[in-house]
Design a protein around this ligand. Sequence first.
Ligand SMILES: NC(=O)CC[C@H](N)C(=O)O
Length: 247
Amino acid sequence: MTVGVLALQGSFNEHIAALRRLGVKGVEIRKPEQLQGVSSLIIPGGESTTMAKLADFHNLFPALREFVKMGNPVWGTCAGLIFLADKVTGQKAGGQDLIGGLHCTVHRNFFGSQIQSFEADLSVPELASKEGGPDTFRGVFIRAPAVLEVGPEVEVLADYPVPSDNLMDEAQEENKGSEKKVIVALRQGNLLGTAFHPELTADSRWHTYFLKMASEIEGGASNSIVAVEGGDLTFDQQPMNDLPIFQ
Ligand SMILES: NC(=O)CC[C@H](N)C(=O)O
């Protein structure tokens, strides 16, 4: 099985390494025609305005939108989540192009600037029920976005209490009167979004979760996800990592 990884900018190498550890080949996608060779796609974190400019330069938006519309599994992490959202707030002047399709509103730098990046243990009951392992997942949030609103067909997979002391004014304003939690992982059919960076942690459960979505589309070849190495292993048995990533 192969998975496309949008390789314009950001942490695409780290996603490809995470896939490799699970015995799956990640294919770098930089041109519209390369999407024809894959049936699932990861859009990595990075900087969404820059990524959008590069995607526009390479004329990728029509093919990416078509890819989503066809129902192919697509996982956006961080900037990739921003890309997939129907609506984004907190954009730079002039805005940015989006792929859209994920019925939600994302605030681009919800948790503040780069120096307000943080790690947090997230409660992930749905992920743990499908992939095993602990009920929590270590989320690495790097100038991270957050989802403020979702459509009725969206399943919330993780949320996070709003730290009111380190929010930007605009974000505080938008959050007034609503619950003091924001959504940081969500799924709508074959679209998956995480506001944090699972490819930077040793815990591969979001990758195996997505690979199951991808293999369902490939015609029930779910055993092939893990056939190469590690895939059939339980959470505790997964192989050691070959990158200096967070344990
Ligand atoms: N780590 C990330 O991908 C950060 C995304 C960033 N806030 C953006 O606008 O693109």
